[in-house]
Design a protein around this ligand. Sequence first.
Ligand SMILES: NC(=O)c1ccc[n+]([C@@H]2O[C@H](COP(=O)([O-])OP(=O)(O)OC[C@H]3O[C@@H](n4cnc5c(N)ncnc54)[C@H](O)[C@@H]3O)[C@@H](O)[C@H]2O)c1
Length: 332
Amino acid sequence: MFNVAVVGMGWWGKIIVPLLKTSKKINVSTVVEINAAGIADFAKQHGVKVVTDLQDVLKDPAIQGVVLCTPHTQHTEQIIAVANAGKHVFCEKPLSMTRADVLRAIKAVNDNKVALAVGHERRFEPPVLEAMRIIQSGELGTPLQVEANFSQDKFLALAADNWRLSGKEAPAGPMTATGIHLLDLSVGVFGEAERVFASVKQLGSQLVNGDTLAILVTFKNGGHALISAILATPFEGRFAVYCNKGWIEVRDKTHPEAPEGWVLTKTLRGGKKEVREFPPAPNVLANLEAFADAAEGRAPYPVPQSQMIANISALEAIFKSASTGTIVNVES
Ligand SMILES: NC(=O)c1ccc[n+]([C@@H]2O[C@H](COP(=O)([O-])OP(=O)(O)OC[C@H]3O[C@@H](n4cnc5c(N)ncnc54)[C@H](O)[C@@H]3O)[C@@H](O)[C@H]2O)c1
């Protein structure tokens, strides 16, 4: 068993620990949480030891990997600290907030010859894997344009001072919460982005950092992505890729927290719409187990580092575009 510690026992850490407890590949015995008292009951229920400082797990030779579920601005330095301790790193999205930072983080990972994985579990959803397989097979022809939407109203209940609503931790409103997953999938289709235009507005809620985000990304190879992420409307999850011989769309039936599966729709020129239903699948765990496979040398992690860098480079340009109202070139 690959032995990990999970850092940051808030919303997502408390989803990840019980999932890992079901894994045949990964064991979690320790968690790191600055507010240890707040998770005493959870720790008892799940049989994990609580420490309050990441350094404690970095010194522990029994811990082989670290899963970071902390606020966004901490990710880069924590990835570097974990890698420098010779431990494998799984970091929740976004890996970093700037291209310069993601390059520093990835350098530390590679210098220390450890694995790096990122919490973009949408890549592990069975209908997304199937859509990507079909696109890569060439059956649909050349990818032209992505249209994608990831919207939800969960954040309406957050206190106004929550870090997820701050301009520092979450620039461009919904971008680091949901939009980034769609940017990652678009990078998976098209590769490096060339330029972006992003507009964020506060139109339908008290979320002062913005609740409505529209993005146009152009890619070096010529494709576009139209990304929509809204925090003031009920859940919607849709990822569609239009190509010159057909198109394919993955639609979530419900919010991933109460999953009911997906509908995959494919249309080829001259043919009828083909619709396939996919039942719920444990894609968050699949991502974590892919991390264990990479760390223990069974298989390379399926998201290449070049795409991790491309995603964060485009993310930084989106932050700049949303704050300046201008078209921004993506650094490369
Ligand atoms: N992949 C997904 O779909 C998904 C979903 C939700 C959240 N996330 C990501 O998970 C991360 C955490 O988000 P969240 O919603 O759980 O936030 P949260 O605020 O609910 O939890 C963060 C926790 O980290 C703790 N913490 C902060 N700094 C720490 C430190 N230095 N050491 C130890 N503990 C520390 C806080 O006390 C808090 O309990 C973010 O990167 C977020 O984007 C990913």
